[in-house]
Design a protein around this ligand. Structure first.
Ligand code: IPM
Ligand code: MG
Length: 358
């Protein structure tokens, strides 16, 4: 029995999470899967009401009695205190030591690419973002706060162990999936201290994967080249901050943030799945948010836990919904969040992998 905690969170997280749950429940029925879901009241409403983000007891339950978390989105303009998101999302990533943030970006259809010249080969990027170190640890300090000569220091933490495990995860993924190359994205020219560690570890780990080509690229040049010729890249491995930025860019190149899923993973231990998009408070509650990023998270969850047929069915049905124009307005369709979820549910059983082309 696989136990999944669903945390809808805030804003459109609540709407898209409802559709991801709907599709996951449908997959459980159609494929007869031994998965149990429960809904968690964690987010801004509760924080504003009770002043609680996530209690220690709840954290222990998530860590010990649940195998995975399916998250909608977090963030609410009414909550000014930034520690709120840090406590929950970044807190779970750190405390569960979810060191891989895997963000696949695949262009489903050339019409959804914002580039003038869409590469004939399509775009397929698999981003491996380090998720437990870098500049996200909130280490540093402030001196003379509020004064004209205020000093603010935000430290970037990089450990050999932390770099090694994310770089190895990227190469192992490339080897397992027959992906042609792994590119290290860094800023070793301007940040040579952490850059040297990443490059040294990258070179050593790469030797274990002779069949996978290896490259390095500065992050600014990568931002440029992803717009210019994204087809050259396959698996990208990078630090927490650069991964955050590059994954938004890559998502936009492959159909928009509304489509992009992500998996925060510590293999064999725990996993948290969340769409790359945020809580989008400006469109919350309107029923216009694209639920596909969240539904794809359900697909990634199924894939990660070995429910291969169900995972393929979700991905195939999502692709079909896009091809048939059963989409929200951001993809040019006229369907609501709920209608997209329901369409995917209704078509899920008809899309068994054995009867569908990949
Ligand atoms: C993401 C988000 C988060 C991040 C924010 C909400 C802290 O942008 O998951 O990409 O920066 O990691
Ligand atoms: Mg981000």
């Amino acid at each position: 029995m696989l136990r999944v905690a669903v945390i809808p969170g805030d804003g459109i997280g609540i709407e898209v999470s409802r559709e991801a749950t709907r599709v996951l429940e449908r997959a459980i029925t159609v494929f007869d899967l031994d998965i149990e879901l429960d809904q968690w009241d964690v987010g801004a409403e509760r924080f504003l009401r009770d002043g609680i983000t996530l209690t220690d007891a709840e954290f222990r339950t998530l860590a010990e009695d649940r195998d995975a978390i399916l998250l909608g989105a977090l963030g609410d303009p009414r909550v000014k205190d930034e520690s709120y998101v840090r406590d929950i999302l970044l807190g779970l990533r750190l405390k569960l030591d979810l060191y891989i943030n895997y963000r696949p970006c695949v262009l489903p259809d050339p019409s959804l690419c914002p580039l003038k010249d869409v590469p004939a080969e399509g775009i397929h990027l698999d981003i491996f973002r380090e998720n437990t170190e870098g500049i996200y640890l909130n280490l540093g300090g402030v001196f003379r706060e509020g004064m004209a000569d205020e000093v603010a220091i935000q430290e970037s933490v990089n450990t050999h162990r932390g770099v090694e495990r994310i770089v190895r995860a990227a190469f192992q993924f490339a080897a397992d999936r027959g992906r042609p190359s792994v590119t290290l994205v860094d800023k070793a020219n301007a940040m040579p201290i952490e850059g040297a560690l990443w490059r040294r570890v990258f070179d050593v780990v790469a030797q274990d994967y002779p069949e996978v080509a290896q490259n390095t690229m500065y992050v600014d040049a990568m931002a440029m080249d992803l717009v210019r010729r994204p087809e050259r890249y396959s698996v990208l491995v990078t630090s927490n901050l650069f991964g955050d930025i590059i994954s938004d860019l890559a998502a936009e190149l492959t159909g928009g943030l509304g489509l992009a899923p992500s998996a925060n993973i510590h293999p064999g231990r725990h996993a948290l799945f969340e769409p790359v998009h945020g809580s989008a408070p400006d469109i919350a509650g309107l029923g216009t948010a694209n639920p596909i990023g969240a539904i794809r998270c359900a697909g990634l969850l199924l894939e990660y836990f070995g429910f291969e047929a169900a995972a393929v069915a979700v991905e195939t049905t999502v692709a079909l919904s896009i091809r048939e124009g059963q989409t929200t307005a951001d993809l040019g369709g006229a369907r609501s969040t709920q209608q997209v979820g329901e369409w995917i549910c209704d078509n899920l059983d008809a899309t068994m992998p054995s009867t569908q082309p990949a």
